[in-house]
Design a protein around this ligand. Structure first.
Ligand code: FAD
Ligand code: MLT
Ligand code: ZN
Length: 528
């Protein structure tokens, strides 16, 4: 293993110039670039788990005429080829059979649509950017897809308070670019930012890359506008940070995954944009070291620490293979890598702090090697390595994803336990194409105690899935973790909520659902 004191800003420049393609922003999200395969219908793959509920009406010509009356012809998609994008998920694991996508432009139109669907018992699936990772944004059978992509206006921005009000269908990156012009930043960032909607982010309570710094959407969202299944419009588009009058109803929608209503507007508190940022990419030789570096980073970088992400060597290997790029650390391959970001207002101060911190970490032999980005494009390139992992591990043919919260000391043991199990079954190999599984890998948001266990496969198969589930969920339950730290329940985890919630909690959730959606039209076959 190479050991070299290269943390210093000056000595790092040459390394970066050699290894990182300057001014090249890697493509992070592409829906179907890795495979042209046909995705099996969810209803067929999981026919043993789910059947169409006959209480739901099948779409007919009269329904289409009604929707045309509300939206005109332009607001409907019925062409089979055009429907494909909306029916399939990002992982190409789930595929619904919807015959209709509706694209309302106003909250009033959403209200008319939902009222009609509720009366007619037509099941619906709200859809944002369709980047969700638990099969929540696609129909299972013939549910109507209601896409928010035509509701994409910034409504207002208050440059004194930093409160942004916007339509649910605004793309996250668009919202952030708008805020950048005002000197502010969106308090959420994630790899799918170029495609996902802020409404989708709120609907699944996305965590992302900087939760450690800006907190959860449960804290930053100040108000919502949402349409309930009966068509009534819940309007709480407040600009108030403090409001203790009654239950905080907006919280019900944050993380509801389209099961209670359709979010149409969001009011969110945005922080000032940092004036200076640093990104360091470090190689370490054990998961123990990852934890120790995290403890030191919190202590030494404290208020300027804005992200602390980790990934194992196999995640990085698969990502590099997919992107056709060499490992950013030139001295070799390491068991674990860490990405640290600092954000602040004084470059000299932050540089010095980071340099001192890295000097300490190298001296204590916690860090084996590392690089520090020297400019914005290098920052972007280093982030691309982390943000491209989801695509890198899926590019082999498919992926079984688990986004879990486990107390930090045991976090990575889940990846080891999975690899052991797959090896015992003789079905895993990084290179041997005849084995169905490529590898179980781990990466994620150490700062939030959130591991992404990804089992990269050559194709989806019930044999692999039954080895992983419920094994993974039982393992998490025995450590008192959560089976979903950020992606939600969707279709994938519908039957598994009991591993993280008690019967009393599940009952309360079901009662709330039945109260607001008594006909069960909102995103059926999912969540609970
Ligand atoms: P969709 O996928 O369209 O929908 C997600 C769920 O929300 C569905 O159940 C849907 O019915 C519902 N929904 C969508 N819009 C609305 C609405 N307006 N009203 C009511 N319900 C609605 N997640 C993280 O938490 N952290 C990450 O770091 C992260 N990184 C990602 C990186 C990549 C490359 C990808 C592909 C995904 C990532 N995700 C991450 C998953 C994440 O949940 C989504 O990217 C994002 O939050 C979903 O937004 P969307 O608009 O695509 O929603
Ligand atoms: C991430 O952190 O990269 C996302 O949550 C997506 C994923 O887990 O693949
Ligand atoms: Zn994540």
């Amino acid at each position: 293993m190479h050991r070299r004191t290269l943390y210093s800003l000056s000595s790092t420049v040459s390394l970066l110039r050699r290894n990182i393609r300057v001014n090249q922003r890697l493509v992070v999200v592409s829906t179907a670039s890795y495979s042209t395969k046909t995705v099996a219908f969810t209803a067929d793959t999981y026919s043993h788990k789910v059947q169409r509920d006959p209480k739901f009406k099948k779409l007919d010509d009269a329904d289409i005429e009604f929707f045309k009356g509300v939206l005109t012809d332009k607001g409907l998609i019925t062409d089979a080829d055009d429907l494909l994008f909306y029916n399939e998920d990002w992982m190409r694991k789930y595929r619904g059979q919807s015959q209709l996508v509706l694209k309302p432009k106003t909250t009033e139109q959403v209200s008319q649509i939902l009222k009609y669907c509720n009366e007619q018992k037509l099941a619906v699936v709200p859809q944002g950017g369709n980047t969700g990772l638990v099969g929540g944004s696609n129909p299972i059978f013939d549910e109507i897809i209601i896409s928010l992509s035509s509701m994409n206006k910034i409504r207002s921005f208050d440059s004194v308070s930093g409160i942004l009000k916007l339509d649910a269908g605004v793309i996250l990156e668009t919202a952030d670019q708008y805020l950048a012009e005002q000197g502010y930043i969106f308090p959420l960032d994630l790899g799918a930012k170029g495609s996902c909607h802020v409404g989708g982010n709120v609907a699944c309570n996305a965590g992302g890359l900087r939760l450690l710094r800006y907190g959860s959407l449960h804290g930053s969202v100040l108000g919502l506008e949402a349409v309930l299944p009966d068509g009534s419009i819940y309007d709480s588009m407040h600009s108030l940070r403090k409001d203790n009058t009654g239950y905080d109803l907006k919280q019900l929608f944050i993380g509801s995954e389209g099961t209670l209503g359709i979010i149409t507007g969001i009011s969110i508190l945005c922080p000032s944009r940092p004036q200076t940022q640093n990104v360091a990419f470090l190689a370490v030789s054990s998961y123990e070291a990852v934890q120790k570096v995290f403890v030191e980073a919190r202590k030494e970088l404290s208020e300027i620490l804005s992200a602390f992400e980790f990934m194992d060597g196999t995640s990085l290997y698969l990502t590099g293979k997919h992107l056709k790029l060499d490992n950013p650390i030139e001295s070799g391959e390491y068991p674990f890598y860490i990405l640290i970001e600092t954000s602040g207002s004084n470059k000299e101060h932050d540089d010095e702090k980071l340099e001192n911190f890295l000097a300490g970490a190298m001296e204590a032999e916690l860090v084996d090697d590392g690089i520090i980005a020297q400019d914005e494009s290098q920052i972007q390139s280093l982030w691309s390595w982390r943000e491209s992992i989801p695509e890198g591990v899926t590019a082999t043919g498919g992926v079984y994803k688990y986004d879990v919260s486990i107390p930090l000391p045991e976090l990575y043991s889940l990846v080891e336990a999975c690899n052991e199990r797959l090896q015992e079954a003789g079905i895993v190999s990084l290179e041997d194409e005849s084995k169905p599984v490529v590898a179980a890998v781990g990466y994620g948001h150490i700062g939030d105690g959130n591991l992404h266990l990804n089992v990269s496969v050559r194709k989806y198969s019930s044999e692999v899935e039954s080895l992983l589930e419920p094994f993974v969920y039982e393992w998490i339950q025995s450590r008192k973790g959560s089976i979903s730290a950020e992606h939600g329940l969707g279709f994938q985890k519908k039957n598994y909520i009991g591993y993280s919630k008690s019967p009393v909690e599940i009952n309360m959730i079901k009662e709330i659902k039945n109260h607001y959606d008594p006909n069960g039209i909102m995103n059926p076959y999912k969540y609970v």
